[in-house]
Structure formats: C-alpha cells, structure tokens
Design a protein around this ligand. Sequence first.
Ligand code: HEC
Length: 138
Amino acid sequence: MRLGLLSTVALMGVVMSVSAHAAESSVKSGVYSAAQAERGLSVILGECARCHGNTLLGGENDTPPLVGAPFQSKWSGLTLGELFEKMYTTMPSDSPGRLSKSDYADALAYILATNKYPAGDKDLAANADALKQIKIEP
Ligand code: HEC
C-alpha cells in the first residue's frame, strides 16, 4: 500500500519533469540525430536541391533559402511542427506531399544540421503534434 503510494509519487515526478522538459525543448536542445540528418541529405539532394540549391541557400525563381539568419528569424517563435506541416503540405512545390512523413522528418533534421543546431541522440519524430513541442529559435 505505502509502496504503491510512493511509486505513484515517483512516477508523477517523472511525468512532470518529462513534460516540463518537452515544453522547454527548442532546436538548440539536440532534437535530431546525426544519422537522421545524413539520411535527410539524400532526401534533400533528391527532392529539394533542384529548387533550393545543394547548400539550401536558395535558388532561381525566388526559391527561398532554408539556411541562415533570415530563415531562422522568419520561423522563430513558431515550432518544428509548423515547419514540418509547411513541408509536407506544400513541398516539393510541384508535387506536395509526395514523400513519406519520415522522409520529411529526415529532411528537417538535415535543415537543422545545416543551420548549425546541435545533434542529439534521438531522431525527430515524423509527427507534427510531437514536433509542436520544439520551439524554433535563431
Ligand atoms: C519545384 C521547386 C521546389 C522544390 C522541388 C521544393 N521547394 Fe520548397 N519552396 C519552393 C518555393 C517556390 C518556396 C516559396 C513559396 C512557399 O513558401 O510556399 C518554397 C518554400 C519552402 C519552405 C519555406 C521557406 C520559408 O522561408 O519559409 C520550406 C521549409 C521548403 N520549401 C522546404 C522544401 C523541402 C524540404 C523540399 C524537398 C522535399 C522542397 N522544399 C522542395 C520551391 C520548391
């Protein structure tokens, strides 16, 4: 009985610290893995670079950069969830939603790596709701 109460209290502590951590999570907390970013590079080269450029600095026909201060400040205050939704609902712009969700998540990991946000030891989830816990900061 007493043990049950204690473990409930301990569990609540864990749950509370996990959710507090999630709310504070940002692109600076190591939210993708290096292996995921590497997979993302092939997605980017195959599906995105012809418009956004091999280095994501933008391309012809007003295709915007996906790297650098203007990109980061444009999205800052929003979350990776919104950026992920933008990607899978509108990109590639001539064939939106063509890739799997996990390919979009991998591409997003590569975009974070290129913007010099640190890697961690877990992959980004291929799920907009989960990604809405991660704030974008310049
Ligand atoms: C056929 C050309 C083309 C391809 C291919 C393409 N994009 Fe885009 N992308 C655009 C254009 C044009 C815009 C600007 C209009 C807009 O935001 O919808 C854009 C905008 C974006 C934005 C928003 C940038 C900002 O400043 O807010 C993201 C993120 C993005 N693309 C990601 C991708 C990813 C990831 C891929 C590959 C899966 C991709 N795009 C493939 C043309 C393309």
